[in-house]
Design a protein around this ligand. Structure first.
Ligand SMILES: NC(=O)c1ccc[n+]([C@@H]2O[C@H](COP(=O)([O-])OP(=O)(O)OC[C@H]3O[C@@H](n4cnc5c(N)ncnc54)[C@H](OP(=O)(O)O)[C@@H]3O)[C@@H](O)[C@H]2O)c1
Length: 347
């Protein structure tokens, strides 16, 4: 008879005791016996969170063998793929291998179903047997591995109207477009930092629908070559070129578009550190700043906003918001151009 575990997975925490699996340094990744309220998955690919992959790639000087060794090392030591520097994880794609006795018939999954995890790898028990390929340009690692979803864990069934890598790429950033739909109001001006990235493009698309013809959705990129493509894609009203680690540069370029009017909302989708103030500075008092970036520092954002006397509401980029998986996949279903871009860039 299978043992029953804790709904949130605390039965797998090895050290320190008393914390949840995300905060734990080390969790139990034994896959031989599962608990009655766990789901065992055979994993075919990991989508490493962009901030984490960027850090690992830099630390390894871009060398694929070293990147693979570092990922294997982290998982062997911690029982999960949680980057020790960024603290972030990513998600996995795989097939349901075994459903614990207590969950059988109570969830919409059958053994053999293809799934994508929507909880972070930073809290997911993972055992990698082999790294098969590293796709540096899209942060994806093909593996032969096993992972556990806890009872509270969220997942999406692999859709049958798109390829698996395409769905994985989009669902990686599922929280962002759903928030970009929820937060703006009609007529708002929205600023999106990291506008050419995966989450930036999806946010731009959703924000454009929401603000309507009276609002502006302005993308910030650091590379001028990206501007024409983004304008052609139709997900921004304007695209400006500025370095998001330079807040004054971003503010001046952003306010030039609105005739000096500060923004109602900014969404930070960059994948590097030190972009907090570029997201805060152009926003009006009582405006909103949504930090989707995992490279965001709470301290820098909080003290920075205080330091410039900005009364803005700052939202931590919770990767989950209601219906986020559907909203994200629907962008690809609704918009041929974005789907084509994702297929070319991330698959
Ligand atoms: N909150 C969550 O649950 C969650 C979930 C998944 C991911 N994330 C995080 O969200 C962030 C974005 O992810 P993503 O997959 O969309 O990343 P991405 O596709 O790699 O895009 C990041 C973008 O940031 C741009 N950028 C980097 N440095 C910049 C600078 N100094 N100035 C202007 N732009 C700059 C990059 O520009 P270039 O094209 O020039 O390189 C790139 O287009 C990451 O930090 C990731 O870790 C959060």
């Amino acid at each position: 008879m299978q043992k029953k575990g804790n709904k949130y997975g605390t039965h797998r925490v090895i050290e320190p005791k008393g914390v949840l699996t995300q905060a734990a340094y080390k969790i139990d990744n034994n896959m031989d016996e599962i608990y009655s309220n766990e789901i065992l998955c055979n994993v075919t690919a990991l989508n490493i969170d962009s901030a984490s992959f960027t850090q690992i790639e830099e630390a390894c000087g871009g060398d694929e063998t070293k990147i693979g060794e570092m990922i294997m090392g982290i998982v062997a030591e911690r029982g999960k793929q949680q980057n020790p520097v960024t603290g972030s994880g990513g998600m996995f794609m795989g097939t349901v291998a075994k459903i614990g006795d207590d969950l059988k018939g109570k969830i919409d999954l059958q053994e053999g179903d293809k799934v994508v995890s929507l909880v972070s790898l930073s809290l997911t028990p993972l055992k990698i047997n082999k790294i098969k390929a590293i796709h540096k340009d899209i942060d994806r690692v093909d593996v032969d591995a096993q992972a556990i979803l806890f009872e509270s864990g969220i997942y999406a069934k692999m859709p049958d109207d798109m390829s698996e890598p395409l769905a994985l790429a989009a669902l990686d950033v599922a929280g962002a477009p759903a928030q970009a739909r929820k937060l703006p109001k009609e007529g708002d001006n929205v600023l999106i930092l990291g506008a050419n990235g995966k989450s930036g493009v999806l946010c731009g698309y959703e924000a454009m629908k929401k603000v309507g013809p009276k609002g502006k959705v302005v993308g910030v990129v650091r590379n001028p070559k990206q501007v024409p493509g983004l304008i052609e894609l139709g997900v921004y009203t304007d695209v400006i070129v500025a370095d998001c680690t330079k807040p004054v540069e971003v503010m001046e370029a952003a306010l030039a578009i609105t005739g000096g009017q500060e923004y109602d909302i900014s969404i930070c989708c960059v994948n590097i550190e030190n972009c907090e103030m570029a997201a805060i500075l152009p926003v009006r008092d009582d405006g909103l700043v949504y930090f989707f970036s995992m490279a965001t520092s709470f301290t820098k954002a909080a003290l920075g906003a205080e330091g410039i006397g900005k009364d803005v509401t700052m939202i931590v980029g919770n990767g989950y918001t209601k219906d986020h998986a559907n909203i994200t996949l629907n962008v690809l279903r609704e918009n041929e151009k974005i789907r084509k871009l994702f297929e070319e860039k991330y698959v």
